[in-house]
Design a protein around this ligand. Structure first.
Ligand SMILES: C[S@@+](CC[C@H](N)C(=O)[O-])C[C@H]1O[C@@H](n2cnc3c(N)ncnc32)[C@H](O)[C@@H]1O
Length: 221
């Protein structure tokens, strides 16, 4: 099926002028919002499954319908791959049987990442595939790099890979990573050409949009 999608439109001409201030604030004011009970329960089930696997972890954060989770599980058969998304509707769509080494979890990432950090999890690979861009300048704090959970997300460690069809999102994320960790993330354009990891990737690529990837090797802190 051919999908069409319009490129991201934003009223921002370049990286947000408040980005550095938001990141500093996240570093000095750790998130105190209580963890929702449903995410606590989902995390406990995920932790039980993960302990039973005795395998290195791959997180697919914001996995949508979980197609990338399935693909990653097949690509890395010796890893335990956990896809997390808050949308019951997306997770509930039937995209075939899950490989044994994959798990889909319904949870809010803001809470799930904090629980994963407290539990000492260290993903070997952490994928953030096409997060919601929130392109309006006024929505900076909803982008992952403008969110108070950013320091926790980065402190989990591992090889973090972010993909987006909005180059500014990737550029801002790289600036935030540098501010928090001192590391320079590698950013490049990708052209998957039919070998799509997620439905959003397929939709954007088939609409002729450029796709961007950021990779950075993070230390667990
Ligand atoms: C644009 S979709 C991309 C989905 C998938 N990665 C793909 O590329 O097809 C973004 C996904 O992030 C999920 N999401 C956004 N904020 C979230 C949060 N705080 N916790 C969990 N999932 C979230 C949404 O439900 C949605 O499925």
């Amino acid at each position: 099926m051919q999908h069409t999608s319009r490129p991201v439109v934003s009223n921002q001409p370049g990286p947000h002028q408040d980005l550095a201030r938001r990141v500093s604030r996240a570093l000095t004011h750790p998130l105190r919002k209580p963890i929702a009970e449903h995410t606590q329960r989902s995390f406990a089930l995920a932790a039980e499954w993960f302990v039973g696997r005795q395998a290195p972890l791959i997180l697919d954060s914001g996995c949508g319908v979980g197609i990338s989770t399935r693909q990653l599980a097949m690509q890395f058969p010796a890893h335990a791959v956990i896809g997390v998304d808050r949308s019951e509707d997306r997770l509930g769509r039937n995209h075939g049987q899950l490989p044994d080494n994959a798990l889909l979890v319904r949870a809010d990432l803001v809470d799930f990442w904090r629980l994963a950090y407290q539990a000492g999890w260290v993903p070997e690979h952490h994928f953030l595939l096409y997060p919601n861009p929130y392109p309006k300048a006024g929505h900076l704090k909803m982008r992952w790099h403008g969110h108070a959970v950013l320091p926790t997300l980065l402190a989990l460690g591992g090889r973090l890979e972010l993909r987006s069809n909005w180059s500014l999102y990737v550029e801002e994320f790289a600036l935030a990573v540098a501010q928090v960790t001192g590391k320079q993330a590698a950013v490049s354009e990708i052209a998957p050409k039919g070998d799509y990891l997620t439905p959003f990737e397929a939709k954007y690529a088939q609409s002729g949009q450029a796709l961007w990837r950021l990779c950075v090797e993070l230390e667990r802190t």
